[in-house]
Design a protein around this ligand. Structure first.
Ligand code: TXA
Ligand code: MG
Length: 331
């Protein structure tokens, strides 16, 4: 159980005993970080008000920012909240997977009100990774799962990242190695007539529009990070200590460089450090490497981070969104 003072954070293996212990901890009100195919989440029993309150405290997360509820399959999701025909179609096409659907809550759903920050809607996700599936089955109940980082920090794509942020503040982390997708789930608001993109992520807009046969409503775009449609989509997020410069045509003195597709801009030879997200220009590989790169560059002695142009299509939309937030002015 977590308390305000430091607790010992256990590292659990992705084996029979690890999953069993993780499930037991969740059911007894504990906080367990768990892998999904996108990023590691910080799990707590979604129906346990005290556990969820502890989770907000462990992350330092503002209480107005609602949490995604994770379920092992679509049937469990349909039983919990109100799905219209479009939400059902999206669930059938993309679950399990890196997609979160915001749908109306149902009275008596058993979800703690602080988990949804008092909203009449709830964000639901059925993750695909085998480790996430085994963890959710072991927990045997809906599990809230924000990214397992301190609020405002970069999301974790490995157990080490979780421990760097939350060691001593959570009960355990289930270690199943690095995550495959590397950026968080796409969030769609399905409470209106047309689904609306709240956060670009692991399922591309192109794939969603193809499944719907129609365009999505107004996007949360990197060009407009000051106007979040979702309470948690604050402009400044994913923030390393040094300022981030997007679409950089050159590397300035003292800057580190995040490259893509083998870009070699002027000044690169003098870069403090340089990481190419995907030398071959593969956006899937770049997404998987993004957060680890931001963490590596979050250290003293780096005056700024110059980022090469990255295409806005496919997973590039999510990559650009996260980099735009990393570049946004800090409050
Ligand atoms: O890939 C992911 O989505 C990861 C993994 C662990 O599932 N989770 C994740 O959670 O990224 P978090 O809390 O870091 O981001 C969830 C976002 C927040 O910006 C929150 O405001 C928004 O989802 N959200 C949650 N419930 C919502 C709701 N009912 N309406 C609108 N936005 C909601
Ligand atoms: Mg997060």
């Amino acid at each position: 159980m977590s308390t305000a003072s430091a607790i010992e954070t256990r590292r659990l293996g992705a084996d029979e005993s690890g999953f069993r212990t993780a499930g037991d901890l969740i059911r007894s009100g504990g906080l367990v970080a768990f892998p999904t195919e996108t990023v590691y989440g910080l799990g707590a029993d979604a129906g346990n008000e005290t556990a969820v309150a502890r989770l907000y405290a462990a992350k330092g997360r503002p209480r107005f920012n609602p949490l995604i509820v994770h379920l092992p399959d679509s049937e469990a999701a349909f039983a919990l909240a109100a799905f219209g025909p479009l939400a059902r179609r999206l669930a059938a096409r993309f679950w399990p997977g890196p997609l979160t659907l915001v749908v109306p809550r149902r009275p008596g759903d058993g979800i703690a009100d602080i988990a949804t920050a008092g909203l009449a809607t709830v964000g639901l996700r059925v993750p695909a990774s085998p480790a996430a599936q085994r963890f959710l089955k072991a927990a045997g109940r809906p599990v809230v799962g924000p990214s397992a980082n301190r609020s405002g920090h970069v999301s974790p794509t490995a157990a080490e990242h979780v421990l760097a942020d939350l060691s001593g503040r959570i009960d355990a982390v289930l270690d199943a190695g690095p995550t495959a997708v590397g950026v968080e789930s796409t969030i769609l608001d399905c409470t209106g007539a047309t689904p609306r993109l709240l956060r670009p992520g692991g399922v591309t807009r192109e794939a969603i529009e193809a499944a719907l046969g129609a365009p999505l409503a107004g996007a949360e775009t990197p060009d407009d990070p000051e106007k979040p449609l979702s309470p948690g989509l604050l402009a400044s997020h994913y923030a390393p200590a040094a300022p981030v410069r997007l679409d950089a045509a050159e590397v300035r003195p003292g800057e580190a460089f995040i490259g893509f597709a083998g870009a070699r801009p002027p000044g690169l030879a003098g870069a403090a450090l340089s990481i190419d997200l995907s030398p071959s220009g593969d956006l899937v590989e770049a997404a998987a490497n993004l957060f680890a790169a931001l963490r590596r560059l979050d250290r003293p002695g780096i005056a700024g981070i110059a980022v090469a142009p990255i295409p806005a299509e496919g997973l590039g939309a999510a990559i650009r969104d996260r980099l735009a937030r990393a570049a946004a002015p800090r409050s």
